[in-house]
Design a protein around this ligand. Structure first.
Ligand code: PTJ
Length: 315
């Protein structure tokens, strides 16, 4: 295995990539799909994970397929939260493993986090395949594999409730990529700080977590890793060895972060993009719903802001 594979490099190219010319306007999006499909063929990704990715793709399209200012701020706060934690854990499911196993292993190494496999569509085979993928990227220890060491996280009935006694059960901060709202709420009730990657700013997970990174995990995992490395540098060492000073500076960054406000900024990123599309349609003579297009965008923005202020919608 190339050294790069062990140090947070992107996933190697999938065989299907060869079918996509570099000039294809959606080449990157197609390559990400291929990673998921290959992950499915290799037994990492649940069939439902492919559908979940489709939902994510649609939202990514609306976000402009780029890391916005809100996501960058959330990454900075998430890096600080990990730095300030005593027992951080990164929860890994099938999609996260297929899309960015290398980055997650590097993130764990940089922040002293444990890696734990935790699945919604649980099966020992998929757990093993995901752990194997993490180990291929250099993970020395992967939790969530030994049935003897599992404990119940109360407040959720899905398979995700089974967590490792030495991992999520005892953690103070948990990173939950592409998560469901139930477990996020249960983790919060258990007193943990929850960080999520989620392309949907209106999902229950995004609304319930302490820090929601509204971005594609394929991009945001790199940004978070970079922020963690920056903070480790500022702290004069890696996060695992950060002294009290580094920890309290990190805690101040976390305190200054307002998740609701950050989510509203992500929604504005979407409505801004929709507004621009509406403008493009008018210029192209496609009409804007009789001039009501801007109004419709504003109404959507108001509705979204209302959801953020008054409570989450079901996922
Ligand atoms: O591997 P398992 O068994 O744990 O199952 C994992 C899935 C993803 C199938 C399971 O957690 C699931 O059903 O998730 P949801 O509720 O369909 O999707 C969770 C959220 O992830 C949704 O809000 C999606 O928009 C979002 N999402 C999808 N792809 C990405 C994403 N967020 C960030 N980056 C992505 N690439």
């Amino acid at each position: 295995m190339a050294a790069a594979e062990r140090t947070g490099a992107a996933e190697p190219a999938a065989a299907q990539d060869a079918a996509v010319p570099e000039s294809h306007p959606r080449a990157e999006s197609l390559r990400i799909r291929h990673r998921l499909v290959r992950g499915f063929e290799e037994g990492l990704v649940a069939a439902e994970g492919l559908l979940a990715h489709g939902r994510g793709e649609a939202l990514d399209y609306l976000l402009g397929e780029k890391t916005g200012g809100a996501a960058r701020q959330a990454c900075r706060a998430a890096a600080a939260a990990l730095c300030a934690s005593d027992r951080p854990v990164i929860s890994v499911n099938g999609n996260a493993a297929a899309l960015c196993a290398g980055q997650l292993v590097s993130l764990a190494e940089c922040t002293g986090s444990a890696l734990e496999v935790n699945l919604f569509y649980d099966s020992p085979g998929r757990r093993g395949a995901i752990a194997g993928r993490l180990r291929r990227y250099g993970a020395k220890r992967v939790l969530g594999l030994d049935p003897e060491r599992m404990a119940v996280l109360h407040g959720t009935d899905s398979a995700r409730r089974m967590v490792d006694r030495d991992g999520i059960f005892a953690a103070d901060t948990v990173v939950v990529p592409l998560e469901d709202g139930d477990r996020t709420a249960a983790l919060k009730r258990a007193g943990k700080t929850v960080i999520t990657f989620d392309l949907n700013p209106l999902s229950r997970t995004a609304q319930t977590a302490d820090i929601s990174i509204i971005d594609n995990i394929t991009r945001a995992a790199n940004v978070l890793l970079e922020e963690c490395r920056n903070l480790a540098g500022e702290g004069g060492g890696d996060n695992r060895n950060g002294g009290g000073g580094a920890k309290s500076a990190a805690a101040r960054i976390v305190q200054g972060f307002d998740n609701k406000r950050n989510l509203a900024q992500a929604v504005r990123q979407i409505t801004g993009n929709l507004g621009r599309l509406q403008g493009m349609r008018r210029v192209a003579g496609g009409g804007g719903g009789g001039g009501g297009g801007g109004g419709a965008t504003a109404t959507a923005a108001t509705a979204a802001a209302d959801i953020i202020a008054h409570g989450p919608q079901p996922e």
